[in-house]
Design a protein around this ligand. Sequence first.
Ligand SMILES: [Ca+2]
Ligand SMILES: [Ca+2]
Length: 252
Amino acid sequence: MSKHIKLLSFFFFISFMAINAAKAEFDKALPNGKNETAFVTLSVKAFLQGAYNNNGLMNDKLRQKSLIPVVSPYNPGFTMNTSLLKNTGSHAIVDWVHIELRDGYNPRTLLGEQSALIQRDGRVVSCDGHTALFFEGLDIGRYYIVIRHRNHLAVMSHEPVLLDEVVLNTVDFTAGYAFGAKSMKINYDGTSSLFAGDANGDNTINSADQSMAWNERNQIGYLDADVSMDGFTSSTDHSMVWNNRNKSSQAP
Ligand SMILES: [Ca+2]
Ligand SMILES: [Ca+2]
């Protein structure tokens, strides 16, 4: 066996072991008798404009100020392993996000969803901190992937992605891999991020969001109007909403 093939085999073995370890964790979390169901796995990477620093990393000010809730703001069925909040550096948690799997032939049909956490480097991890996100009860196939954030515009993958139970496909929205024209903010460093400013979460950025940012000014906390994600509502948030006005999510 050539050195090359040995190295490659070793890489696949390590990947396989890592996915199996994460799957074992996932199975443990399932109710009795449900560990034999079909599932698919994927990993997701994205940046949120409000928190993005144009250097490959987002800020984690909500975490630093202990403002990130333990339970998902999108679905109370998801609770994080709080030890993840101790991570610092590129793996520090920025906030909750919500991932959806849509039918590969009819992207309006929702087939699976889960709340997850997004790190400073854009990697989305499960509530237990795994890069592999498992979706129970879904067969191998092609799915559109949607990522949502409570005050940014949701984006969907440009095309359906083949998902199965072994190969960990990554949907990298930082490379602008999104459905619809101009559906993402192009950052100064050439990466792409979800547009900030949808304070009321209705998939459009308009005067209603501006009013919200204004009405909630000078407040501290985990606030939907805090689109810059620093734990404080100020003129910065108002400006960010204004600059992105009249944009809408193009995820169907
Ligand atoms: Ca809105
Ligand atoms: Ca702010």
